[in-house]
Design a protein around this ligand. Structure first.
Ligand code: 1CP
Length: 347
């Protein structure tokens, strides 16, 4: 476990030399090196090979100079170890072949068998060895976001069937989230034991819920997960998109770092969440596609509003878009580091 890095120190509110930065989806399609690998392997083949996991995981650290690596995998991977059949399809995302639509389908899910995804933990070990003093972030999808793929059968805009299950078959919904929560705890604990230094839970689509539904049906599940992870004594990051209306509740789950999307000013998130939590975010990812000037201008506003905040980590409000020029990201990392050292325009 790496403890003396600026990323981990900022997560804990300890003094550090400059603002740490990493990017969600920092490994992926925008990288020529990743595209070259993908011309030879399918996404799921990459994610099942420990050596390739390591190569892809460490590549943004080498190419961009970011302060943390995130395990290369996908939120769907551990579901293979619960008996779920799915594929990751080009320009679509995860597709689940037999969606879960009721209690009988939920009972079909098996308990999580970690041995079936040993390649993930081996990928963590190999990545950690190659990264030396750069921390590795392990991750999992959150129960609601995973359930949304399992129930819809793929990406969705309305979450028709997921909400239907919540409102019309609450015991099946609860059983599904509970089974997934048990997996999340075991899966993340094993990533920590394999050498990860921080853990992130992606609840990407939880913003689709009303504040009342979140509080009542999801928040208690998240509280139980974070309580079980707390003994690992490492930063626990919780992130979702479109979560302005949920932020305060997300902040009281036991997570120690909250990932904020780009729609809300970072300083406003700080007011809502109070001084104790670390915050991570929140450049509009689309600025990257609009080039260096648009990127620096957005980053300038965020850095100005968060200067002197010792529990702040620079990131995007969501993942790196595939149209991003790597040179823009590399420039951004240098620029954030320089600003964090000297204040204002950095260089
Ligand atoms: O063809 C390809 O190479 C597939 C593109 C791709 C990649 C690079 C997918 C399919 N997954 C990944 C890797 C991935 N997924 C990582 C590691 C890379 C990194 O961050 O550096 C991580 C952390 C994820 C997590 C993930 N997968 C999330 C949560 C984060 C987020 O972006 O919100 C979600 C929602 C997924 C589902 C998924 N997998 C892939 C796609 C295209 C999607 C999104 C589909 C949708 O819009 O619903």
């Amino acid at each position: 476990m790496v403890t003396n890095s600026r990323f981990i120190r900022a997560c804990r509110g300890e003094p550090h030399d400059t603002v740490p930065v990493w990017f969600m989806r920092q490994a992926g399609r925008y990288q020529p090196t990743y595209r070259a690998l993908r011309s030879r392997y399918r996404m799921l083949d990459l994610a099942r090979s420990p050596n390739l996991i390591r190569d892809v995981t460490i590549s943004p650290v080498r190419e961009l100079g970011v302060d943390a690596a995130i395990l290369f995998s996908d939120i769907m991977i551990p579901l293979t170890a619960m008996g779920v059949n799915f594929d990751i399809q080009e320009n679509v995302g995860p597709v689940v072949f037999e969606p879960i639509r009721g209690g009988a389908d939920v009972r079909r899910l098996s308990r999580f068998v970690p041995e079936l995804v040993d390649y993930v933990f081996e990928g963590v070990r190999l990545s950690v060895a190659a990264l030396e003093d750069v921390p590795l972030i392990g991750f999992s999808g959150a129960p609601f976001t995973l359930a949304s793929y399992l129930v819809e059968g793929g990406p969705s805009r309305t979450y028709r069937w997921t909400k239907d299950l919540l409102w019309n078959d609450r015991s099946a919904f609860d059983a599904l989230l509970e089974g997934l929560a048990e997996m999340v705890v075991q899966y993340l604990t094993l990533q920590a034991k394999a050498g990860a230094s921080a853990l992130q839970i992606f609840d990407s689509w939880v913003g689709a819920l009303s504040a009342e539904d979140y509080r009542e049906a999801v928040w208690p599940v998240m509280c139980r997960i974070f309580a079980k992870l707390q003994p690992l004594n490492m930063p626990l990051i919780y992130f979702g998109v479109g979560t302005q209306h949920l932020l305060e509740d997300m902040g009281s789950t036991g997570a120690t770092v909250i990932g904020v999307d780009w729609r809300i000013p970072m300083a406003h998130a700080r007011k809502l969440l109070g001084p104790q939590l670390a915050l991570m975010g929140n450049l509009d990812p689309q600025r990257l596609v609009s080039g260096r000037a648009a990127t620096r201008a957005g980053a300038h506003l965020i850095m100005k509003s968060m200067q002197n905040d010792t529990r702040y980590i620079f990131n995007l409000g969501h993942g790196v878009p595939k149209e991003t020029d790597p040179a823009v990201l590399k420039d951004l990392v240098r620029w954030i580091h320089a600003w964090g050292r000297q204040g204002d325009d950095g260089e």
